[in-house]
Design a protein around this ligand. Structure first.
Ligand code: HGY
Ligand code: MN
Ligand code: MN
Ligand code: MN
Length: 402
């Protein structure tokens, strides 16, 4: 199975007519991606480990069967709503293709290589990004995770149970973590900084998600006088504008990309509105100031309308400075393999950022000519994808074979 053939098999799964993807954890399209993963692993004689948290790892073991000090690679298969084809899957397909290259070239493993597909990396179903890698590393309380709900009110515990997993078994897995020596994630570039086909990540900036709840009073859109209204849409409207103003003021980026209006009738004043804020910035303080500014603005906007505001932090990741030695080793190896490997920071969160709390991690990026991500225009040219496979193979050879 070549890179192109694997890509062609995966591409249609969970894609809508506009070319956007809807691969949410344990929904049919994502289950099809999981089956695809198992098939590719089987095709290569790789045993698939399913951990208690819904993550999958396909293992290529050395001939002596040693399982310690593994080099983990891979990424995730789930998407944001209407997401692009490359964010996540490119890292998984490239990992299988890199293993094929190493085998064709007669590489003899000194250390195991694992291809990971982490669960719910985008947090599109249960709201917490990198849920699978957070559970694995102990970065989220299992009880909180079990109680997370999706848009239909189904709990994560219920979905795990339905998927054949034991909700009580989720949580940190030191047995697995202690078998892994480092993690290298290949990912499509999200932005347009790369002039070379492949780059190396310098860091992940601090970023998080906050849920703002606005509670008012549902009522009739036609018979309720303006003075009698407690309309939660009004402070929500201020939230969208305040996010942009706070970002400009604090040198950060802030986005309101998701809102839920209850009950959502055209001819009914909303009873409640929930808006989600995604804020990211060069340092913790600027991100915290951005959220505080938005919070102050919406409370000031809510007060005159008798609307109450509830703020909850859903997830937060402090700055991730990847392991410098590993990062620089990747840059040297990629430079040797491809002749160039710029090192650049990223504003996107990744499983590598979560795993960096427990092991040396580093990331490779494959150039994205549109710079767009989390949307159908997300792109990587096949020549650059194949350069990414060459780079990943060189890195895996350097770390695990040779
Ligand atoms: O949201 C992010 O930054 C990542 O792409 N999951
Ligand atoms: Mn993403
Ligand atoms: Mn991703
Ligand atoms: Mn990721």
């Amino acid at each position: 199975m070549t890179f192109e053939e694997m890509w062609a098999d995966l591409l249609p799964l969970g894609r809508d007519a506009a070319g956007g993807y809807h691969r949410f954890a344990w929904t049919p399209p994502e289950l099809e991606c999981r089956a695809w993963f198992a098939g590719e692993a089987r095709r290569r004689g790789l045993d698939v480990e399913h951990d208690a948290n819904g993550n999958m790892i396909a293992w290529w073991l050395p001939e002596d069967g040693v399982r310690e000090n593994a080099v983990l690679t891979g990424s995730h298969l789930d998407s944001v709503p209407g997401g692009g084809a490359f964010d996540g899957p490119l890292g998984v397909v490239s990992a299988f293709a890199a293993i094929d290259l190493l085998r064709e070239r007669g590489a003899r493993l000194r250390r195991p290589i694992g291809v990971a597909a982490f669960a719910e990396e985008e947090g599109a179903r249960f709201g917490v990004a990198c849920l699978g890698s957070r559970l694995l590393t102990g970065a989220i309380d299992p009880a909180r995770a079990r109680a997370l709900t999706d848009a239909d009110g189904r709990t994560f515990a219920d979905v795990l149970h339905h998927a054949g997993l034991d909700p009580e078994a989720i949580g940190p897995d030191d047995d697995l973590l202690n078998r892994v020596g480092c993690f290298v994630e290949l990912h499509v570039e999200q932005g347009r900084a790369l002039a070379e086909p492949v780059g190396v990540a310098a860091s992940i900036v601090p970023h998080g998600r906050w849920r703002f709840g606005f509670a008012g009073e549902g009522n009739h859109a036609g018979t309720t006088a303006l003075a009698d209204r407690r309309d939660p849409m009004l402070p929500f409207a201020s939230m969208v504008l305040a996010a942009r103003e706070a970002a400009e003021r604090n040198g950060t980026v802030a986005t309101v990309g998701k809102v839920r209006v209850d009950p959502g009738g055209v001819n009914a004043i909303a009873a409640s509105v929930t808006g989600w804020l995604d804020a990211r910035g060069p340092d913790d303080a600027s991100v915290r100031r951005t959220v505080a500014d938005v919070d102050a603005a919406v409370r000031a906007a809510a007060r005159p309308h008798g609307v109450t505001v509830d703020l909850a932090e859903e997830s937060y990741t402090e700055v991730v400075g990847f392991d410098l030695a590993l990062r620089d080793r990747l840059a040297r190896v990629v430079k040797g393999a491809l002749g160039g490997a710029p090192v650049l920071p990223t504003g996107a969160g990744h499983d590598a950022g979560i795993l960096s709390a427990r092991m040396p991690t580093a990331m490779l990026f494959v150039r994205n000519p549109t710079g767009v991500s989390h949307a159908p225009a997300e792109r990587a040219e096949i020549a650059d994808c194949l350069a990414g496979v060459e780079a990943l193979a060189a890195v895996l050879d350097d770390l695990a074979a040779g």
